[in-house]
Ligand binder design. Structure first.
Ligand SMILES: Nc1ncnc2c1ncn2[C@@H]1O[C@H](COP(=O)(O)OP(=O)(O)OP(=O)(O)O)[C@@H](O)[C@H]1O
Length: 320
C-alpha cells in the first residue's frame, strides 16, 4: 500500500504539489492522471525519496521508501529519463542491478523475456529506441519481484503491441496482489488499464475515484431516441431510475430525447410493445477524455487552442 499524507513540494515561490493525501491499494491498478505539469512526476519522485517534500510525508508498505533495506525487492520503479550507462548492454545493466541486490542471474533472464528484449539483450543501450528503453526500464523495475510497482508514463514511446503488453502486464501484476501506481496523461488508455484513478491538476487532488464513478459523474451513459411519439414513450418508460430529457425539436414532428437509466434494448422493446415508432435508438457513451478535460479544465497549464479557420467569416461591422 502507498500512502501520501499532505505531500507538498515548492520550488522557489511555486507550489507544484499541494497537500496531496491519497492511498494506493494493493490488488488494483491505480492510474495517476493529470495534464502536463500537474505534478505527477514530482509526486512519484517524492514517494521514491528522490525529492524531499517541502511538507508532508509518504509511506510504501507502511514505511518511508528510504528506510527499505533492499528497495528493488520491495518497490520497482520506472521514472522518466532513467539513466542507464549507454555503453552497457541491456543484459549487463540488469546483471549489475541484480548483483547489488543479491538477485540471481536466472531472474535477469526472466525479466528480459518478460519485457520482450530477448533479441536485443546484448545490444548497447545507446542504440535503443525510446520504446526499447521503456521496456528495459520496466524489466529493471520488475527485477526484484517487488510488491509495489510505480511507473511514470510507461507507454511513452511504445508501439501498439507494447501498449497492449503494458496493459496486460499491469493488470496481471495487480491480480497477483501487488500495488500498482502508473502515471499517464492519456485518459482513454488509463480507462482500459486502471481500476482506480487519482487525478491531479496544478498539484492539487481533483478526484480519487473509480473509472465507473468518473463515467457516472460525467453524466453516465445515455440513449439517444428520435420519435414522433415522445409523450407515449415517456408514459411507458416511467420508472424512478429513468430520466428522460428533451434535447431538440420541441415543436417539430420528430422529437429527440435523451434517456438515462434504461438500456437501448429495453427502450426498443417497450416501444415495440406499445406500437411507438422510433426513428433512431443510439446508445451514447460519455467520452472519458472529455470527462477528464472538464475535470482538469481549470487546472491545465498547457492547453492548446483549436487551429484558426482558414477562411474566417469576415466581420460585417456589426457589434459583437
Ligand atoms: N527541479 C525543478 N525545479 C523547478 N520546477 C520544477 C522542477 N521539477 C518540476 N518542476 C515544475 O513542477 C511542475 C510539475 O512538474 P511535473 O514534471 O511533476 O509534472 P507532470 O505532471 O509529471 O507533467 P508531465 O505530464 O508533463 O510529465 C512543472 O511546472 C515543472 O516545471
Amino acid at each position: 500500500m502507498i500512502k501520501a499524507y499532505g505531500l507538498t513540494k515548492r520550488y522557489g515561490d511555486r507550489t507544484v504539489v499541494q497537500d496531496l493525501d491519497f492511498t494506493v491499494h494493493p490488488g488494483t491498478v491505480t492510474g495517476f492522471l493529470g495534464p502536463n505539469g500537474a505534478g505527477k512526476s514530482t509526486t512519484m519522485r517524492m514517494l521514491l525519496g528522490l525529492d524531499t517534500p517541502t511538507r508532508g510525508r509518504s509511506t510504501i508498505g507502511g514505511r518511508p521508501y528510504a528506510t527499505h533495506g533492499a528497495p528493488l525487492t520491495q518497490v520497482g520503479a520506472l521514472l522518466e529519463a532513467r539513466s542507464v550507462h549507454p555503453g552497457r548492454s541491456a543484459r549487463n545493466h540488469l546483471l549489475a542491478l541484480a548483483h547489488t541486490h543479491g538477485i540471481p542471474r536466472s531472474r535477469v533472464e526472466e525479466v528480459i523475456a518478460l519485457a520482450g528484449l530477448t533479441g536485443a539483450a546484448d545490444r548497447r543501450v545507446k542504440g535503443f529506441s525510446l520504446g526499447m528503453g521503456q521496456r528495459l526500464g520496466i524489466a529493471a523495475a520488475l527485477l526484484g519481484d517487488p510488491a509495489t510497482v510505480i511507473l511514470d508514463e510507461p507507454v511513452n514511446g511504445l508501439d501498439p503491441e507494447g501498449v497492449l503488453w503494458i496493459r496486460t502486464l499491469l493488470r496481471s501484476l495487480a491480480a497477483e496482489g501487488r500495488t500498482v501506481l502508473v502515471s499517464s496523461h492519456l485518459m482513454t488508455e488509463m480507462a482500459l488499464t486502471a481500476d482506480h484513478l487519482i487525478i491531479i491538476g496544478r498539484g492539487r487532488l481533483l478526484a480519487d475515484t473509480t473509472v465507473d464513478e468518473l463515467v457516472r459523474q460525467a453524466g453516465g451513459a445515455s440513449v439517444k431516441v428520435i420519435t414522433p411519439q415522445p409523450d407515449d414513450l415517456r408514459t411507458h418508460l416511467t420508472h424512478p431510475d429513468v430520466e428522460i430529457t428533451t434535447v431538440a425539436a420541441a415543436d417539430a414532428p420528430l422529437h429527440e430525447l435523451r434517456v438515462r437509466g434504461a438500456e437501448a434494448a429495453h427502450i426498443g422493446t417497450v416501444a415495440a410493445a406499445h406500437g411507438i415508432t422510433l426513428h433512431e435508438l443510439t446508445p451514447q457513451t460519455v467520452s472519458l477524455e472529455k470527462a477528464f478535460m472538464d475535470l482538469t479544465q481549470e487546472a491545465a497549464d498547457h492547453r492548446s487552442q483549436p487551429p484558426a479557420t482558414r477562411n474566417p467569416t469576415p466581420l460585417t461591422g456589426a457589434a459583437a
